[in-house]
Design a protein around this ligand. Structure first.
Ligand code: ZN
Ligand code: ZN
Length: 364
């Protein structure tokens, strides 16, 4: 991974935001800019250099992982270490105060107070927009390859689900088999708690696998993802146990068409909101729009949910290198639900679907 280029991009955005430095405390951001995968670390990025702070537990790991940074190992926490480091490295002459950017979404009120209390007098904290997350939206070729590998591995594991689902088996048993196979295949873990939601529970958009048995007839929503080398995958397929009713077929087909239309709308220059609108419009044709109760998709990368959000009114313009999900769904309370989700990468001319799995209705 080209950490130097990532840091350089960020340094340029510091200028645009009138900052002298940026303090990165959100661990996926720290990993993105330095390579560090541990659980205690902070990064101070300024014009002149990037400094990584951690504690003694991570001495060896930091040496092995962290790139393109000065590494400071401290007996104190990374935030205190950073404030003290600023105190011992004075501002450049002629400057009134150093403006240190912090990301309000990722620093607690207590952390901010602690930091302000020990920060040298010549420095001031400034809350800034999510600069690093914005930079992370555009994946480079190496990241797209990592994501593709994670997606392919995840898609292969769908077979385990198909083999395990049968009437009477608990949803949690299906999830367990899937997660066991994922770990055996070398993943770091699941991207999020696996969703296996059968029968009436399929109408819960986030029906985590429960103790409930798979019904003898009805939909089962399966939404899962794996983490491989830090990058997440995310896919949903909805299968039918038994012989699908004509209503079930009709609704599945409506969701499939909405999902396909939304994928076809993904291209550079359109807004995230426009893609969302396409899915909604298609479902409206079948009078199902009111049952589509969440956004059409989200960005995926080092985190399972990251910008851009593909939702109503979102003005973010899609650009080549963005990796997003397209996942409309229909949830009829007390009855059943259907969702189909693929991951796609925005290309120069449109998009490429990364999830290889068929979307034909599978009856088990
Ligand atoms: Zn999902
Ligand atoms: Zn998703």
């Amino acid at each position: 991974m080209d950490y130097k280029a990532r840091q350089r991009r960020l340094q340029e955005s510091l200028h645009r935001n009138r900052l002298d430095a940026l303090l990165a405390t959100h661990l996926p951001d720290v990993r993105y800019l330095s390579g560090f995968t541990g659980s205690a670390g902070a990064l101070l990025i300024s014009d002149a250099k990037t400094v990584f702070f951690t504690d003694g537990r991570y001495r060896t790991q930091a040496r092995a992982e962290v790139q393109e940074c000065k590494v400071v190992i401290s007996k104190k926490g990374p935030l205190v270490a950073c404030a003290e480091w600023l105190g011992s490295h004075k501002k450049s002459p002629g400057r009134l105060r150093r403006r240190i950017g912090i990301e309000g979404e990722h620093l607690t009120v207590a952390e901010r107070s602690r930091l302000a209390a020990i920060l040298p007098r010549d420095s001031a904290l400034r809350e800034t927009p999510a600069l690093i997350e914005r930079s992370r939206m555009l994946k480079d070729a190496e990241e797209i390859e990592q994501i593709r590998t994670a997606i392919l591995l995840g898609a292969n594991l769908f077979e385990v689900i198909l083999k395990t689902i049968r009437p009477g088996v608990k949803e949690s048993e299906v999830a367990a088999e899937l997660e066991y196979a994922a770990r055996k295949a070398g993943t770091e873990g699941m991207s999020f708690p696996t969703i296996i939601a059968g029968g009436e529970r399929s109408s819960l958009p986030h029906g985590r696998a429960s103790e409930a048995p798979i019904p003898s007839r009805g939909f089962v929503v399966c939404d899962f993802g794996v983490i491989l080398a830090g990058y997440c995958s995310d896919m949903t397929r909805t299968v039918y146990v038994g012989r699908p009713t004509s209503e079930a077929r009709r609704i599945y087909e409506a969701v499939r068409q909405a999902q396909q239309a939304a994928i076809e709308a993904v291209q550079p220059g359109v807004t995230a909101g426009e893609v969302d609108q396409v899915a909604r419009k298609l479902l409206k044709k079948s009078n199902l729009e009111r049952y589509f109760t969440h956004s059409t998709g989200h960005g995926v990368g080092l985190e399972i949910h990251e910008p851009p959000r593909i939702g109503t009114g979102q003005a973010e313009i899609l650009r080549p290198g963005m990796v997003i999900t397209v996942e409309p769904g229909v949830y009829i309370p007390g009855k059943f639900g259907v969702r189909i989700e693929d991951m796609v990468v925005v290309t120069e001319r449109g998009c490429q679907v990364l999830t290889p799995t068929s979307k034909k209705l599978i009856a088990l």
